[in-house]
Design a protein around this ligand. Structure first.
Ligand code: NI
Ligand code: MN
Length: 230
């Protein structure tokens, strides 16, 4: 699987010939000035919650690419009213798509659109197919529910976890999360974008290495290929 980091919590994962785009937000990211929303490819857009730093480029990208939006019921309903096509889910449910299984898993956070519309419960996703399995946590605290993931999903090849603290888990809690989800390859996200979430990179690498974990912090715009066993 090929993972491209677009900054903050915006990633694309190429698998089974499809581009899965998560939490499209680049035009408002001061660190992602080199990335334009037109650079974002998507066959499917998956959104974890309604905060602006996860959805601000969603409409632009979805109108251009005609991607299917997968998110919670409230977020899908909100965008269907604006003419996008979506597949609604809710926590604990899974759906089989042609390119893989999507499971909606819990996150502890909040979810509200910039215009004040209720954005449903925040969540994360576990995506699984014969190329591998990965977890996108979304914005979340460390939560005991993470222990359910290895009990209910195929073994994870990698996970994308927030590490920036203040609004989500910080580094030390993310190390504990990696243990709960039984995954040793972690891609960090939701850090450095603005002042509240700046991290010490040296401490980050050491905290993960000391726990026997690999922390990947790709540059914005960088694509990494992750070995997966399916
Ligand atoms: Ni958020
Ligand atoms: Mn956020």
């Amino acid at each position: 699987m090929e993972v491209t980091y677009y900054g903050h919590a915006c990633f694309s994962v190429k698998t089974k010939g499809k581009q899965l785009l998560f939490d499209p937000f680049v035009s408002g990211n001061p660190l992602a000035k080199a990335i334009h929303p037109d650079d974002l490819l998507s066959d499917v857009i998956l959104v974890t919650h309604a905060h602006g730093d996860h959805v601000s480029d969603l409409e632009t990208v979805a109108h251009r690419t005609k991607a299917l939006l997968i998110s919670n019921y409230e977020i899908v309903s909100y965008y269907e009213k604006k003419g996008l096509k979506g597949h609604p889910m809710n926590i604990g449910g899974k759906v089989q798509m042609s390119w893989g299984t999507v499971k909606s898993v819990s996150a502890i956070h909040s979810s509200e659109f910039a215009d004040g519309t209720y954005g449903g419960n925040p969540g994360g996703f576990v995506i699984s197919n014969d190329e591998g399995t990965f977890y996108v946590a979304g914005d979340t605290a460390l939560t005991m529910d993470m222990q359910l993931i290895p009990k209910t999903c195929p073994p994870l090849d990698f996970a994308i976890l927030p590490i920036g603290d203040n609004f989500t888990m910080g580094l030390d809690d993310a190390v504990l999360a990696a243990g709960m989800i039984e995954c040793t390859t972690i891609i960090g996200c939701h850090y450095d974008t603005f002042g509240y979430i700046e991290i010490d990179h040296q401490y980050a690498r050491k905290a993960f290495a000391d726990a026997g974990l690999q922390l990947l912090l790709p540059a914005i715009g960088e694509t990494i290929t992750l070995s997966t066993h399916g």
